[in-house]
Design a protein around this ligand. Structure first.
Ligand SMILES: *Cc1c(COP(=O)(O)O)cnc(C)c1O
Length: 374
């Protein structure tokens, strides 16, 4: 027995979302499922196993370390390290059959020389910065970079990729189209220089859905696989059906009557305006329930909404359950999820604290037990 605070991960819904997105973008496209950051808090190993069963073409991680974890759990699907690698990780990549993104010539040279020593040809994907301004060879410097790559004969450029800065924002369509145009020019340059990369990919979740002209021959999707479409896809566009994969729940572990005029929690930020019934629930900001939900968040208990009162503390929240009939100890408390037609999404929480749903699910800490539903 342990604390009843759990994240339930519905892997059937993950598979549903993948099928739904594939149907939407076209079954002929290759598909990379992005499982970096522990699959946005959903559990990278379990999610990757399910996606592998569903015959995903690629898995995308941020770091070689994340790729290694997948390999050590028996995942055989091709893995791309989206954030490239760090000096000294060349052997780790090659020995574990992890493909890396490349945008630094010095790292390309190091990888090439390790590959040469092992007598191997290693595939790489070249990342081009067409306007994101984060990682990638700048589009206007790509010609020299391609020339230098030609000399690294133990590397094979198997992919060209770029990443959008604002594909989720239809006001930025001109910029997104400029990025697409720059990427096309980059592809032409590689073609002229004799490279024949298998993959040309640009699109993340919002681009895959909102910008059909950005799909190249592979899409790299994260958020929508986990059902996080609500706040990261533009409003008022055609979208695939998506189901949330994660729900976050706990139970009432203490119940008490409190008279009118009492203060509750740290800083005494809430005062009862009536005789109240208050539930204590063992989840707090260490679990990833943001402190910004103090006096602002809500839960679903016995099918009804109930509000967080007072400060969210490290390990506990207080919920006003005065209005809920027959409330009792051990009743389920849903922080993210759905019951009786009422729903709290990660996006709802995100909006309240001025962030995006990704940060909410990524923030659910390892202290929260994960339960996988197959
Ligand atoms: C994280 C990431 C993605 C996935 O983005 P989503 O919005 O979650 O689909 C795609 N490409 C790159 C390079 C990324 O870093």
């Amino acid at each position: 027995m342990s604390r009843p605070t759990v994240a339930k991960i519905n892997l059937e819904n993950l598979a549903f979302n993948l099928a739904s997105v594939k149907k939407f973008v076209g079954e002929d496209l290759q598909c990379m499922a992005v499982v970096k950051a522990d699959a946005y808090g959903h559990g990278a190993i379990e999610c990757s196993r399910k996606l592998e069963q569903e015959r995903i073409d690629w898995l995308g991680v941020a770091l070689p370390e994340e790729g290694l974890e997948l390999r050590q759990s028996g995942i055989r699907t091709p893995v791309l390290c989206l954030g490239s690698f760090f000096d000294g990780q060349e052997n780790l990549l090659i020995e574990n059959d992890l493909t890396t993104v490349i945008f630094r010539l010095d790292l390309a040279e190091k990888l090439n020389s390790v590959a040469k020593n092992l007598n191997k040809i290693v595939n790489i994907h070249v990342k081009v910065d067409t306007g994101m301004g984060r990682l990638g060879v700048r589009f206007d410097e790509i010609s020299e970079f391609a020339e230098s790559l030609k000399k690294l004969t133990n590397l094979n450029v198997d992919g060209l990729m770029t990443h959008f800065a604002a594909a989720d924002n239809l006001w930025e369509n001109d910029f997104t189209n400029l990025q697409i145009q720059r990427f096309k020019e980059v592809c032409d340059i590689f073609q002229e220089k004799g490279f024949r990369p298998t993959y040309r990919d640009l699109a993340n979740s919002p681009a895959s859905i909102a910008h059909p002209n950005s799909r190249g021959n592979m899409v790299r999707i994260g958020g929508i696989l986990y059902g996080l479409g609500e706040d990261i896809l533009p409003k008022n566009i055609k979208k695939p059906d998506l189901k949330p994969v994660l729900s976050l729940q706990s139970k009432i572990c203490f119940l008490k009557n409190v008279p009118k005029g009492e203060t509750l929690g740290y800083s005494r930020s809430f005062v009862t305006n009536k005789k109240s019934l208050i539930a204590s629930v063992p989840i707090g900001y260490h679990d990833g329930l943001p402190r910004g939900l103090s006096n602002a968040g809500r839960a679903i208990i016995r099918g009804q909404f109930a509000y967080i009162v007072g400060r969210v503390s490290m390990d506990w929240i207080l919920v006003d359950v005065t209005h809920i009939p027959e409330i009792s100890l051990n009743d389920d408390v849903i922080l993210i999820g759905e019951n009786n037609g009422n729903c709290i999404s990660a996006a709802e929480i995100a909006e309240k604290i001025d962030t995006i749903s990704y940060e909410i699910t990524c923030g659910i800490s390892p202290r929260v037990t994960k339960i996988y539903q197959y």
